[in-house]
Design a protein around this ligand. Structure first.
Ligand SMILES: Nc1nc2c(c(=O)[nH]1)N[C@H]1C(S)=C(S)[C@@H](COP(=O)(O)OP(=O)(O)OC[C@H]3O[C@@H](n4cnc5c(=O)[nH]c(N)nc54)[C@H](O)[C@@H]3O)O[C@H]1N2
Ligand SMILES: Nc1nc2c(c(=O)[nH]1)N[C@H]1C(S)=C(S)[C@@H](COP(=O)(O)OP(=O)(O)OC[C@H]3O[C@@H](n4cnc5c(=O)[nH]c(N)nc54)[C@H](O)[C@@H]3O)O[C@H]1N2
Ligand code: SF4
Ligand SMILES: [Mo]
Length: 704
């Protein structure tokens, strides 16, 4: 078996002429950075960290620009009615308004009248304190966050199959040591450009790459085999591959017998996916299926990663389970250089889902309906278990359903007016609230609707921990002072809690919050109790679970057993009934949405960075040249994309890299170019994941 290169131990992270050791504000790779303040402004350079080895992408290099941008918020904004414009206010006035409004609404309509909507970019300390703030200070069960739009399908599937959900159950470096890497619905060359160096290493040592994506993306350019399935058909494709693997004798009987349960049913279902049928369902030809089986046969070790392409579907968690079934049948999980992982997206997409900002969760990845978990956390919080609210509702319900009890909301670390599915509905719902408060660093599209907007510090101005896609807990150190008067997220929570009658319990020092988080997570699935700031810095991060203050935690999970009661992984016999928003005569195309290299998420940050805005100034619709010809559309011409939800007008960008039946629109813009004006309302009923990747659509030329 080929081995991964080993690297020298990291330099100490303390004061260094290169500046302060910290991490990028954006994606889950959490690349290491040096940041230094000079007379010419803030200087950022790449730092040797295991995920990036000194490299940064364009977004990382330019991240400093927003720190002193004129568009940054520096003082609170308030208004007395929605007809007025927002105007500057004192912190006391702004904070009092929020506390008074929330108290009034809760008195009138009950505790669940106030909701919190958080984000996966917030530090572990903020995410933890936010969950506590909701349950203890507001006593509401209504809290959820944008990670529901991101990781819920994979998380649900991994919990079912392995008993535990950690994006990658192995360090990123392991990728370079596998024989075969399968990337399904992941466009890492654009979404985690620095990860490409791991792919280059893999190829340099003779490993092979398969990409499964309806578009021939820049990631596909790095692959040995590329297949372009019809959007939304990964369940059928994965079963088709399992059929082929069974027929070619590739399954690992010993592994199946000793380390798994439930294969018989899955095997029986897979036998219904013979190649000709799979070709009809997925558009992947019999010859291409053979090619994929051949790749599986050549490899002794395999890593399969899914991204949002597979997961943001009505059958997202089923598709993940179908790919896991394939990997379990091959015996390529829970062994060195083998495994399944889901590429976590946001900077703290992993930690953000472990410490309680999710409707059904308590810190340490505990379930809020588990009496033992409730007792433990209530004791850490100094309240009676009976005073802890129960599970709330998922993000889509929270943001769009007018029938919940919610009358007031605090949005912190998300921009749902751009990023929520069917954003028209979310926008309407947010406008209909009696009171909306937003904490952000810029006046985002969501902040524009608020009654009170609080500015907050940026990544480089506060200390806190983040948990990257590998489950590695890392330390983002404060490098710069914030603009005068701007509070951190946890200082804001402290101020609000105090006004709601909780003078203690909401510390403003991140280390103190982390120490409490360690207690609260102790004994949970995501146990952080053995982790502290010093050891994170000394070891280049610590992998959870970690209950002992020694070592680097648990970089590789499942080698000895799975996290299920009997230690065996579960095959889950998922159905593949295609009841998604299927194209028909009126809406004949598959509309899918996703990301570009230059912009991040709702674009609130990157649209305000000059070089990124120049590189990628506006949204567009990617249309196949042949499709455009048949519709009489030329390159750059404006087209109307119509779906059952609404329509948007965008310039067409013609390409031959997309399927002829598929249209792609990036979601980084609000206003008239907002992708989510047209995306479907449909969600995966098992986890609440929106089906961002498949909406039936019509395309029309716009002729003035
Ligand atoms: N530049 C940039 N980087 C980012 C982000 C960003 O906004 N911008 N966001 C971060 C976050 S939060 C996330 S979640 C990650 C997301 O990272 P990715 O998952 O890599 O990104 P997406 O573009 O959402 O989707 C990936 C691919 O899925 C494909 N796809 C669509 N439908 C299907 C399908 O039915 N099956 C399959 N197999 N593929 C399909 C799309 O064509 C697309 O190329 O990126 C992170 N990194
Ligand atoms: N059509 C379509 N829609 C999608 C997706 C898709 O693929 N297609 N992907 C979905 C996914 S995977 C995700 S993760 C979501 C993300 O969508 P959003 O949740 O909207 O993500 P961001 O744009 O990162 O929003 C973060 C907000 O918090 C602010 N912010 C940044 N740092 C801080 C901080 O430290 N504190 C506070 N208080 N605020 C801060 C930013 O300025 C920004 O306004 O979008 C989802 N929406
Ligand atoms: S790959 Fe992600 S973490 Fe690394 S520099 Fe780019 S945006 Fe930042
Ligand atoms: Mo995400």
């Amino acid at each position: 078996m080929r081995r991964v290169r080993t690297y020298p131990a990291p330099a100490a992270l303390t004061a260094d002429p290169q500046g302060v050791a910290t991490h990028c504000p954006y994606c889950a790779l959490q690349c290491g950075m040096w940041i230094r303040s000079t007379e010419h402004g803030v200087e950022i350079s790449g730092r040797d960290f295991p995920t990036n080895r000194g490299q940064l992408c364009r977004k990382g290099w330019t991240a400093g620009e927003l720190l002193d941008s004129a568009e940054r918020l520096r003082i609170p904004l308030v208004r007395d009615s929605r007809e007025e414009a927002l105007r500057p206010a004192t912190w006391d006035d702004a904070l009092d308004r929020i506390a008074d409004a929330f108290t009034g609404l809760q008195r009138a309509y009950g505790n669940d009248a106030v909701a919190i909507f958080g984000g996966g970019g917030l530090t572990n300390e903020t995410a933890y304190l936010l969950g506590k703030f909701a349950r203890v200070a507001l006593k509401t069960r209504m809290i959820d966050y944008n990670g529901r739009f991101c990781m819920s399908a994979a998380a649900t599937a991994m919990r079912k199959a392995f008993g535990l959900d950690r994006g990658l159950p192995f360090p990123l470096d392991d990728i370079a040591g596998t024989d075969l890497l399968i990337l399904a619905g992941v466009n890492t060359a654009e979404t985690m450009p620095v990860l490409v160096r791991h792919l280059d290493e893999l190829r340099a040592s003779g490993g092979r790459i398969v990409v499964i994506d309806p578009r021939r993306t820049p990631t596909a350019a790095l692959a040995d085999v590329v297949v372009q399935p019809v959007p939304g058909t990964d369940v059928a494709l994965a079963y088709g591959l399992l059929f082929g693997a069974i027929r070619a004798g590739l399954t690992d009987g010993e592994f199946i017998a000793e380390r798994t349960v439930g294969f018989a049913d899955v095997r029986a279902t897979a036998m219904g996916y013979w190649p000709e049928r799979v070709e009809l369902l997925t558009g992947v030809s019999v010859a291409q299926l053979d090619e994929l089986i051949h790749e599986l046969a050549l490899a002794r070790t395999t890593i399969l990663l899914t991204g949002r392409g597979v997961e943001q579907q009505v059958h997202g968690s089923a598709a993940v389970l179908a790919y896991i079934n394939l990997m379990l049948a091959l015996g390529r999980i829970g062994r060195p250089y083998c495994g399944y992982g889901s590429v976590t997206g946001q900077g703290n997409g992993q930690g953000g889902r472990e410490h309680g900002q999710k409707a059904d969760q308590l810190p340490g990845y505990r379930r809020i309906d588990d009496p033992e978990a409730r007792a433990h956390v209530a004791q850490v919080w100094g309240i009676a278990p009976g005073d802890l609210p129960g599970p709330g509702v998922d993000a889509v319900t929270l943001l769009t359903d007018p029938d919940t009890d919610v009358h007031g909301m605090l949005v912190i670390g998300s921009n749902p007016v751009v990023s929520a599915p069917n954003a028209q509905l979310a926008e309407k719902r947010l406008r209909s609230l009696d009171f909306l408060a937003v904490v952000d660093i810029v006046l985002s599209e969501t902040a524009e609707l608020a009654d009170v907007v609080l500015p907050t510090t940026q990544w480089a101005e506060e200390t806190g921990t983040m948990t990257n896609l590998e489950g590695r807990v890392l330390l983002r150190q404060k490098a710069l002072d914030p603009p005068a008067g701007v509070l951190t997220d946890i200082e804001i929570l402290h101020q609000l809690a105090r006004r709601l009658g909780h003078a203690s319990g909401f510390p403003t020092d991140s280390r103190q919050v982390f120490d409490e988080l360690r207690q609260a997570s102790r004994g949970g699935v995501a146990d952080y109790s053995g982790i502290d700031y010093e050891r994170i810095a000394a070891e280049n991060g610590i992998f959870w679970p970690c209950s002992e203050p020694a070592g680097i935690g648990s970089p590789r999970l499942f080698l000895a057993g799975f996290a299920t009661p009997d230690g065996r992984a579960r095959f889950v016999d998922v159905a593949a009934d295609l009841d998604a928003d299927c194209p028909d005569a009126a809406f004949p195309f598959y509309l899918t949405t996703g990301r570009l290299m230059d912009h991040y998420q709702s674009g609130a940050q990157t649209r305000r960075i000059a070089s990124l805005r120049r590189a990628s100034p506006e949204p567009f619709a990617e249309v196949h040249t042949a499709t455009a010809r048949s519709l009489g559309i030329s390159d750059g011409e404006r087209v109307r994309i119509v779906t059952r939800q609404g329509s948007v007008i965008l310039p067409a960008r013609l390409t031959t890299t997309i399927r002829e039946d598929t249209i792609f629109v990036p979601f980084h813009w609000g206003g008239s170019g907002r992708a989510n004006t047209v995306t479907t309302n449909a969600v995966d009923s098992t986890c609440g994941m929106p089906a961002f990747k498949l909406t039936a659509a019509r395309v029309e030329a716009v002729r003035e």
